[in-house]
Design a binder for this molecule. Structure first.
Ligand code: LLP
Length: 402
């Protein structure tokens, strides 16, 4: 990938995505589940650019969505209704209504109260809503607390007994069709054991439902597959699939997997230019043109992203903090990082930025969001324009006269 050329053509800050890498990741995971019916439902939140979602649609992917906005994106990008799932703890009545009207694969229900709303809304529409129930297996996923979701301390899903009650309610309802079960215990999982333990618990639930004549079709294992940001070992797709499939003996279920990060993170690069170097006391800073409003993960989670300098500098590496222009001390990409002395306009490439990068961006400090570029078979193309000042004020401007 010629980052220098891309930066000079499209300017910085800039997101660049390698679509061929995304295809490779998709095929590897899909292949791991061969021997069973399976759907990979791409977790749109990881990178919701329409061209990226379309790329997955072309590969045959489904979509896991957490807002009606994401459902609409999935449709626009060409993902068929029968491969779209709608999850999330707080769906509004309008969102539920639209999902039922659009006849998506199923709504992933996360509480008893929500189930009652779905039943009422489906009845009003004179429809039967397919649902799945998100089970919270109370297993510690051993990941960052902010991205852990499978413990009863977390707001997600329901415990096994509540789930059973909800399945029985659904079976007896004339506007609900319980077709699936779902669990997702967290993101950036690098240890297989908690996933396996959760699958065992949820597969047992499926068996106990069969015993009372509730036959599910879909076993939705969520996403969460970790990737290598630095040098950490992670789970191999083959081992992951084997572990899951091993828990499903004797069950005729289609496996649904909702990968986000695994498909996109290491396909993405965030390009930013050096503005200045400065020193406060003993501390050295490299100030760049990108900021926490472009890539929030370091500020929010203390996340590590590898940073590569593209420079002619021949100096020895020094320890620096790499910071952006936003008025927050939390606005950094790395702390105590080793980089050589840099010149104005040298390029820094922030790696593993394809998941939860652009999507978690904001306009804080009235900064326009960066442009996005896709590279496929060596060809680069713009897939989102850089936001300009007019874009940022468009929804406010008319009120100035008041
Ligand atoms: N399915 C459900 C129900 C989810 O909640 C998530 C992610 C996924 C699938 C996709 O998970 P993945 O395969 O990407 O791990 N902003 C955080 C990550 C938040 C993940 C939220 N849920 C980060 O930057 O690390």
């Amino acid at each position: 990938m010629n980052f220098k050329e891309l930066a000079s053509e499209y300017k910085t800050p800039l997101y660049v995505y390698d679509l061929d890498y995304m295809s490779k990741q998709y095929q590897e995971l899909k292949e791991a589940f061969r021997g069973r019916k399976s759907i990979l439902a791409y977790a749109v939140k990881a990178n919701s650019n329409l061209s990226v979602v379309k790329h997955f649609a072309n590969l045959g992917s489904g979509a896991d969505c957490v807002s009606i906005g994401e459902v609409r994106r999935a449709f626009l990008a060409g993902i068929p209704a029968y491969k779209i799932i709608f999850s999330g703890v707080g769906k509004s009545d309008d969102e539920i209504r639209e999902a039922i009207e659009k006849d998506i694969l199923y709504i992933n229900v996360e509480s008893e109260a929500e189930l009652f709303r779905v039943a009422i809304i489906a009845k009003e529409l004179n429809k039967i809503s397919r649902i799945s129930i998100r089970v919270n297996p109370n297993i510690d996923p051993q990941t960052h607390p902010y991205i852990s979701t499978g413990l009863h301390d977390n707001k997600f899903g329901v415990d096994i007994n509540t789930a059973k009650r909800m399945y029985i309610f659904s079976k007896n309802s004339d506007s609900l069709d319980p077709v699936g079960v779902h669990f997702h215990i967290g993101s950036q999982l690098t240890n297989l054991e908690p996933i396996y333990e959760s699958a065992v618990i949820v597969a047992d639930l499926v068996r106990s439902l069969e015993a009372i004549d509730i036959e599910l079709k879909f076993f939705d294992i969520g996403g969460g597959l970790g990737i290598t940001y630095d040098d950490e070992a992670t789970i191999k797709p083959y081992d992951y699939a084997q572990a899951i499939l091993g828990t499903l003996k004797g069950l005729d279920l289609t496996v649904i997997c909702e990968p986000g990060r695994f498909l996109t993170a290491n396909a993405g690069y965030f390009l930013t230019k050096v503005l200045y170097e400065k020193q406060n006391g003993a501390k050295k800073f490299v100030v760049v043109d990108g900021a926490m409003n472009d890539l929030l993960r370091p500020a929010l989670y203390g996340a590590y992203h590898r940073i590569e300098a593209i420079t002619d500098s021949a100096s020895e590496p020094r320890t620096v903090d790499i910071v952006g222009p936003v008025c927050e001390s939390g606005d950094f990409f790395a702390k105590d990082y080793l980089l050589p002395e840099l010149n104005h306009n040298d390029l820094l490439v922030v790696h593993s930025a394809g998941a939860y990068g652009f999507g978690m961006g904001s306009n804080y400090n009235t900064r326009g969001r960066s442009a996005e570029v896709a590279v496929e078979k060596g060809q680069a193309r713009l897939i989102r324009k850089r936001e300009n000042f007019e874009d940022l004020i468009a929804l406010e401007k008319e009120f100035l006269e008041n």
